[in-house]
Ligand binder design. Structure first.
Ligand SMILES: [Zn+2]
Length: 289
């Protein structure tokens, strides 16, 4: 699933490419992608609106439109947004025109397209069809999506905030890091790598971490996310940037999806366990419980 570095890379790419453009049409072969209203009212509500700016909150992409309207896009498991040109068929799948990377298979699961006033388009490719969009007045969308319950951004959280939230939870630190109400933007990829870097076992109850471990965790959060942002995210699954290209963090990842490979620090075999239904990797020597 796209996490903070992937979503932020998308927002930065879109900001450069589509700020100031007007939306002139919308196409979809999967109307259920729209939450809170039917597809017809979504169409009516978005056509003619100008994209004033873009931002991110947790893993949500926010298109700030004119008159205080907001289009929220959550990419969920396999979604990604790209800018280019596609055919808009009445039936069947949309195809990239002169696509390059946009024509690659991973970018071909197009389920929604916003047509812009300069002829370019913003397309959502989503193999699993879990992505969602919501349109409304900014305050309404924030309320419907419970933005008041989202924790501080992982890139902005302070050491004190991290220390406080850890001290209040008996849950495994891996689950706490992935809980968007506690800290926003981290999922399975980066929590695996952050905990390895900080030498903390993913099963450790959050409140059992020492001051030294909290500090190591804090520093690992900042350094891993900053590297992943610089490399424009991880593409070992479906995520691609706005040009349909891969991000570079996948090649440099520390332990995520490196089951049974040697630990980069001590050479032991990386183990995989399940925590709260999700996979977690760790080194049994460097990350002793
Ligand atoms: Zn190790």
């Amino acid at each position: 699933m796209p996490e903070l570095p992937e979503v932020e890379s998308t927002v930065r790419g879109l900001s450069q490419l589509v700020t100031g453009r007007k939306i002139t049409d919308v196409w979809s072969d999967w109307p259920k992608i729209v939450r809170g209203k039917d597809f017809k009212s979504f169409q009516k509500g978005i056509i003619g609106r100008k994209i004033v700016s873009l931002s991110r909150r947790a893993k949500n992409i926010l298109f700030h439109l004119d008159e205080d309207f907001l289009l929220l896009v959550h990419l969920k498991m396999t979604g990604h947004l790209m800018v280019g040109q596609w055919t808009l068929p009445d039936k069947g799948a949309a195809q990239a025109i002169d696509g390059g990377a946009l024509s690659e298979k991973v970018n071909g699961y197009i389920h929604m397209i916003l047509v812009l006033d300069d002829g370019r388009m913003i397309a959502l490719s989503d193999l699993r069809k879990f992505a969602k969009v919501r349109l409304g007045k900014e305050s309404e969308v924030f309320k419907e999506e419970k933005f008041d319950q989202i924790g501080p951004e992982a890139t902005e959280i302070t050491l004190l905030e991290l220390s406080k939230l850890a001290s209040k939870s008996k849950k495994a630190i891996k689950s706490v890091l992935m809980d968007q109400e506690k800290i926003a933007g981290i999922g399975n990829i980066y929590s695996d790598d952050i905990l390895w870097k900080a030498k903390i076992n993913p099963l450790r109850p959050a409140l059992s971490l020492t001051d030294k471990e909290i500090k190591d965790l804090f520093e690992a959060i900042k350094s891993i996310l900053s590297l992943a942002l610089k490399l424009r995210g991880t593409s070992i699954s479906d995520y691609r940037d706005v040009f349909g290209e891969k991000g570079g963090y996948g090649d440099q990842r520390l332990i995520y999806r490196r089951d049974k490979e040697p630990c980069k620090r001590c050479g032991s075999s990386i183990k995989r366990i399940k925590i709260g239904g999700r996979s977690a990797r760790y080194c049994p020597i460097c990350q002793k419980i």
